[in-house]
Design a protein around this ligand. Structure first.
Ligand code: 5AD
Ligand code: SF4
Length: 461
């Protein structure tokens, strides 16, 4: 029966003759997600919208009637991966010409109709604030054979009322604010995700309580710049406090922060509540004031280091991580070494490190991208290797100590092992012993490398 139905609405050109009440369209949706955690959270919102409209979510691309790629534009390479994937999708479309292929997210917002050329496999293009239009654009495509596009950015859309469809698990994320008003000179995000806006405080707190009831034990509050969160008179520290009280057993984290807005009040709130994780991700980007100025980051190295000092004093066992861009326009060897020096001074537990990639529309697009690829690569290798040494040194300091971890599941490397995370976001591997996912256990760390801790459960008797 299903095959017959499929035949009825293939090929696309004949769709105008199809009567909606005679054919039940195949409603299996498959979404592939690229890029940051915000995109993963958005995919859950898309699944929520589509679920409400009668679509089934599948993880098997081969049985899907609709394939959406939720995309990222942050660096050229991120977009390149999606183009490669679109090429591969041609064969799926050849097998099933009725297959609907959509590009959603940041690439859709950036490239708009450029993705919809006649030869393109893409049928739908939707920016991050337009996901509510997915069902109607799909209907229009199926009914009238018209490709669809919706790329307006909103000043108010937060998807507050949409119930995300999440995979079962222990760790969940919630977008608490969207967009970014910072306009760092290298960054395309303000153009692809628009202006800052926040969800209501009570809505977020209730969602965390529900997540606890659904079995989640670790939640990350997301935003391009969470510290700009604003709901009435409440700021991000108020949101954290409310969530910490609303779900006192839930581990609560957040990402990502801008050094300009990370307040003392926020640091003190984290220190005050046991369930607010002692982990702060604070992107520094560069160790040179001249480069920070060119990047329009609005802080100096000295100011950044003073924030780090306060964090370390107020939250003694804090874990710290950062983002670094290497090879930004005109960066000298000396300025590169300043970044290495800053990394040595702060001693981050982890870092995400990138080669500068020019993005159209940004301020830096008009600056000369004058650091050659070989130099960028060499500088990247140097910061990656330094960070590996620092992470290893810091992780080795945990050997012989006990930590509470929440078990998240079976280790990816061995089905005889379980993995969990510490409050400071470090992954710990322990032997499998029947402890169910979601349990909080005390572990004794026995060895460590730059990426992982290894330990054993401490049995109290
Ligand atoms: N090139 C390289 N890295 C970038 N990032 C943002 N824009 C660019 C770019 N054009 C990095 C920053 C940011 C992280 C999310 O991505 O380090 O913090
Ligand atoms: Fe991009 Fe800067 Fe906004 Fe982060 S704060 S999303 S780096 S513009």
């Amino acid at each position: 029966m299903k095959d017959l139905i499929r035949e009825k609405y293939i090929p696309l050109e004949s769709l105008t003759e199809r009567s909606a009440d005679t054919v039940e369209p195949d409603r299996k949706l498959y979404v592939e997600t690229y890029g940051c955690q915000m995109n993963y959270a958005d995919t859950e919102i898309v699944n929520g919208i589509m679920g409400k409209n009668g679509y089934d979510i599948t993880e098997n691309i081969n049985e899907s009637a609709i394939i959406l790629l939720n995309t990222c534009s942050i660096r050229e390479n991120a977009e390149y991966k999606v183009y490669q994937r679109l090429n591969e999708l041609k064969k799926y479309k050849k097998k099933n010409p009725a297959l609907v292929v959509g590009i959603i997210g940041c690439m859709a917002e950036r490239l708009k109709s450029g993705l919809l050329s006649k030869k393109s496999v893409v049928d739908l293009v939707l920016g991050p604030d337009e996901y509510r239009k997915l069902p109607s654009l799909i209907d229009n495509l199926i009914d009238n054979g018209e490709k669809g596009m919706a790329v307006r950015l909103s000043r108010v859309e937060t998807y507050e009322d949409i119930m995300p469809i999440r995979k079962e698990g222990i760790a969940a994320w919630i977008s608490v604010m969207r967009g970014c008003d910072k306009f760092c000179s290298y960054c395309v995000v303000p153009f692809t995700r628009g202006r800052e806006r926040s969800r209501e405080l009570e809505g977020v707190a209730k969602e965390i309580q529900q997540l606890w009831l659904d079995g989640f034990r670790d939640v990350t509050l997301l935003g391009q710049n969470v510290n700009s969160y604003k709901s009435g008179d409440n700021d991000f520290a108020d949101l954290l406090r409310t969530c910490a009280i609303a779900a006192p057993e839930m581990r609560i984290r957040f990402t990502t922060s801008h050094p300009q807005d990370l307040s003392l009040k926020l640091i003190e709130t984290i220190a005050e509540f046991e369930n607010l994780c002692n982990y702060i991700h604070l992107p520094v980007q560069s160790g040179s004031n001249r480069i920070l100025d060119l990047m329009k980051r609005e802080y100096t190295v000295e100011h950044y280091l003073s924030i780090m000092d306060s964090i370390k004093k107020i939250i003694p066992d804090v874990s710290l991580s950062t983002d670094i861009i290497t090879g930004f326009c005109t960066e000298t060897e000396e300025e590169h070494r300043m970044t290495l020096d800053l990394m040595k001074e702060v001693e981050y537990d982890g870092a995400y490190m990138f080669k500068y990639s020019p993005r159209e529309k940004t301020k830096a697009w008009s600056m000369e991208d004058d650091i050659d690829e070989m130099t960028k690569t060499r500088r990247l290798v140097e910061i990656v290797e330094l960070q590996r040494d620092i992470s290893e040194k810091k992780n080795l300091l945990t050997v012989g100590k006990n930590f509470e971890i929440i078990i998240e599941g079976i280790s990816k490397k061995s089905d005889k092992m379980l993995f969990g995370r510490t409050d400071g976001n470090k992954t710990v591997i322990i032997p499998k012993n029947g402890t169910p996912a979601g349990s909080k256990v005390s572990v004794h760390v026995t060895k460590a490398n730059s990426a992982t801790l290894f330990g054993e459960i401490v049995h109290d008797n």
